[in-house]
Design a protein around this ligand. Structure first.
Ligand code: CTP
Length: 399
């Protein structure tokens, strides 16, 4: 079902960034309603938000021209998430003290949905013990705080107080809208390729983009899990609220994973780990001499197999298998051999499957069960994989 997000805009220069936020959320098919304080209308005209959201903007509680009977109660009931961006020191002070003297503060007080506060103000105001205490109170009230960033402020000061990047606010909204069936669970995800040095300038790697692993880590986070992501080098930006460890080699991946594996409820090994590493990488750059060059390789430790052998009771182990032929037979063999509960197998030769794509076509293999999934985005698949890992524990997924 289409989710409803109410955006409260208060009177700070960062109000213009809320336009981008509304525009982006609208494109993601959320129903958006904007409430502005009177001061905010000095910075951005309500018409801008009305055009971007497609809905009438509310400013004054006593505006007689609204269709809604009691506008603030109606919006408060409708909202799945309530975001104040930018949130001035003044509005933060009001909301933690239950003051309801305009449309925004009144609706906020009446709403019982997820609430997200995005402070933006001058550094002095932000650091004032009164504001610090008020932000702390917001946290105690279970309001999510999207921290202000540091940089050059509109007043010319350098310091903390800039409204967080719109993408971070969007991410917080996305997070807030998911149910949290994995609350209290620890999930370790590996992602991306490994790199095995040949000399100081060259290495052996593979085409893994990390997209699948990052999508699983984010989905697990959205569903409330405590997520640890161990990743090889990718072009992807680490997600907020996910502990991320960056590694390069298969050995570093092995060390990282085995250090944390014992505490995990579920381990999902989406990384493309090198099977072989260079026995003796050159200290200096290898010069071009002979027509052929032989590099001696040795097998790396199989992390998944190690985890399978050392699985703690109740731990869920999910492997991946990348095949170009005999998908089912090879993947099933790997699943049993490595003692996995399930294995996500994909066939590189199928359209829409594989490393660099935004989609994937996979088969979920269990020792006694095979389930083919249709072509879908890696984001959507991430939730399906988690649903398979935590069978019976995840019912509702609004993906
Ligand atoms: N894997 C691992 N450690 C390795 C190699 C692979 O943990 N040194 C894991 C991968 O993360 C993946 C699974 O094993 O979850 C299967 O990887 P894949 O490359 O498909 O299979 P391999 O076991 O390496 O066998 P082969 O390359 O012969 O197909």
């Amino acid at each position: 079902m289409r989710k409803c997000v109410v955006i409260g805009v208060t009177g700070g220069i960062a109000a213009f960034k809320a336009c981008q936020l509304v525009s982006n959320l609208k494109k993601k098919n959320y129903e958006i309603h904007v409430i502005m304080t009177k001061n905010a209308t000095e910075f951005v005209a309500p018409l801008t938000f009305e055009s971007l959201s497609g809905n009438r903007v509310s400013v004054d509680t006593f505006d007689r021209s609204f269709e809604y009977n009691v506008q603030h109660i109606s919006l408060a009931k409708k909202a799945d998430a309530f975001v104040i961006a930018p949130a001035t020191a003044n509005v933060i002070a009001k909301i933690v003290h239950g003051i309801a003297d305009d449309m925004l503060s009144t609706t906020f007080l009446a709403a019982s949905c997820k609430k997200i506060i995005c402070p933006a103000m001058n550094t002095g105001m932000l650091n004032n013990p009164v504001t610090v205490e008020n932000i702390e109170k917001c946290k105690q009230l279970a309001y999510m705080i999207v921290d202000a960033e540091s940089g050059m402020l509109a007043c010319g000061d350098e310091g903390k107080g800039k409204l967080a990047d719109v993408s971070i606010i969007e991410d917080a909204i996305e997070y807030s809208l998911y149910p949290k069936p994995l609350q209290g669970k620890k999930v370790l995800v590996t992602a991306g390729p490994t790199q095995e040095a040949i000399d100081p300038v060259r290495y052996i790697t593979n085409h893994s983009s990390g997209k699948m692993g990052y999508a699983i880590a984010k989905a697990a986070r959205n569903l409330g899990a405590d997520v640890l992501l161990i990743t090889g080098e990718t072009n992807l930006t680490p997600c907020p609220m996910i502990q991320t460890i960056e590694i390069k080699t298969a050995k570093e991946m092995f060390d990282g994973v085995t250090k944390y594996s014992k505490d995990q409820d579920c381990i999902i090994k989406a990384a493309a780990v090198a099977d072989y590493t260079v026995i003796d990488p050159a200290t200096n750059k290898i010069k071009k001499k002979d027509n052929t060059l032989t590099i001696e390789l040795t097998k790396t430790d199989d992390i998944l197999a190690y985890l399978g052998q050392n699985k703690k009771a109740g731990q869920i182990l999910c492997g991946f298998a990348m095949e170009t032929e005999n998908l089912i037979e090879n993947a099933k063999e790997k699943c049993i051999k490595k003692n996995c509960d399930l294995l996500v197998a994909n066939n590189l030769s199928v359209d829409g499957a594989g490393f660099k794509t935004n989609t994937n076509v996979v088969t979920i293999i269990r020792p006694n069960e095979i389930k083919e999934l249709e072509l879908m985005s890696k984001e959507k698949l991430a939730y399906q994989i988690l649903k398979e890992c935590f069978r019976g524990e995840i019912d509702v997924i609004n993906d």
